[in-house]
Ligand binder design. Structure first.
Ligand SMILES: CC(C)(COP(=O)(O)OP(=O)(O)OC[C@H]1O[C@@H](n2cnc3c(N)ncnc32)[C@H](O)[C@@H]1OP(=O)(O)O)[C@@H](O)C(=O)NCCC(=O)NCCS
Length: 332
């Protein structure tokens, strides 16, 4: 018998305020046709008021705990994947730990940008499989509106705010294809010059100059990132199937990071999937960075579309560059 990490609870939170393509047309020189045809996005959500990513992370976590009938006091570890922590320190995970009243949990933030949730899910699974922990909460949460320049039409159309969460617990099983089966995780720091936020870290601490130069916003060379993303995400998605001798037909759902519909389509084609196997909600949320995959998973779950034994493949690409895929077998 082997000890496997399975998902036993799922939750998500998307703030109620909607920012549509029409709204953006009032702010920058753009239009619905351009945005939708190039990205697949119609609208995104914006977190209002005096709230940070921890607010959304907490909401998503509460939903996942309720779903699995789990007392927060039994959680061992909270991992929050985010590039928009409430503060550089203390971590957003510590804030969520306090909000939940998860008294015995330790918490840590993980920055893998758009691949953050896959990195975090894979990390959390190791703590379960090793026997060190019984209950690990893995959250992806990003308030991208905090770091988007709403005068830059090349980036402001892409991003939105949301959070998603899963609870991992152990299950003893003879079948290696139980719960989190495997992940292929990659990084290439050469990509740093194509997608970044320069200001606010130790290299360029906040000064009047960094603010004047708009260094506290996301910058990306969209075309270059697009090319790397298409190849990177498709490669690891196909590779994880091959490694486990699975075909696209055996996969119930492909849950990709939602950055651009054309990137998703390229990966789905490489895996030889039909449209109904590919989970897409980018139209309603845009790119919510670490939140896209758990948000999409949670929507599929609450639509009652998942059955025990279903194979799922997740894949992502983001700043770093970071990318990866994860193979999972639904176990509840
Ligand atoms: C950002 C992205 C949608 C841009 O699409 P694209 O097809 O590459 O478009 P381009 O950047 O080549 O721009 C084409 C033209 O549209 C213009 N344009 C850019 N943004 C626009 C907007 N919001 N509205 C209208 N026109 C726009 C450009 O100025 C350019 O005009 P030009 O030809 O006169 O110079 C696309 O590159 C992309 O999705 N990149 C990857 C994003 C990503 O995955 N990021 C990872 C984060 S995890």
């Amino acid at each position: 018998m082997g000890r496997k990490a399975i998902i036993t609870g799922v939750g998500h939170y998307a703030p109620p305020k909607v920012l549509t393509n029409q709204d953006l047309m009032q702010m920058v020189d753009t239009n619905d046709e351009w945005i939708f045809s190039r990205t697949g996005i119609r609208e995104r959500r914006i977190l209002e008021g005096d709230r940070g990513s921890s607010y959304m992370a907490h909401q998503a976590a509460e939903m996942a705990l309720k779903n699995s009938h789990t007392d927060p006091k039994d959680i061992d570890l909270i991992i929050v994947a985010t590039v928009t922590p409430d503060t550089l320190f203390p971590s957003t995970a510590c804030r969520v730990q306090d909000m939940l009243g998860a008294d015995k949990a330790w918490g840590v933030d993980l920055n893998g940008a758009c691949s953050g949730f896959l990195y975090a899910l894979s990390t959390g699974a190791q703590f379960i499989e090793s026997g060190m922990h019984q209950k690990v909460l893995v959250i992806g949460a990003d308030k991208m509106s905090a770091i988007v320049d709403y005068t830059d039409r090349t980036t402001c159309i892409l991003f939105g705010d949301a959070a998603g969460a899963v609870l991992l617990e152990p299950q003893e099983s003879d079948d290696p294809h139980t719960g989190v089966i495997d992940a292929i995780l990659r990084s290439d720091g050469e990509g740093a010059r194509h997608l970044y936020m320069m200001g606010g870290g130790s290299l360029h601490p906040a000064t009047h100059e960094t603010v004047d130069n708009k260094m506290h916003y996301i910058y990306q060379d969209g075309q270059t990132v697009f090319k790397f993303a298409v190849k990177g995400m498709a490669d690891v998605s196909a590779e994880i199937l091959e490694k486990h001798q699975l075909t696209g037909k055996q996969i119930k759902y492909f849950i990709p990071h939602q950055a651009n519909l054309r990137i998703i389509d390229a990966a789905a084609r490489r895996m030889k999937l039909n449209d109904d196997q590919v989970v897409v909600n980018i139209e309603r949320y845009g790119n919510t960075t670490a939140a896209t995959i758990p948000l999409a998973l949670s929507e599929v779950y609450y639509d009652n579309k998942l059955e025990k034994g279903d194979y799922l493949v997740m894949a992502a690409f983001g700043a770093g560059f970071t990318w990866g895929s994860l193979l999972l077998r639904w176990a509840i």
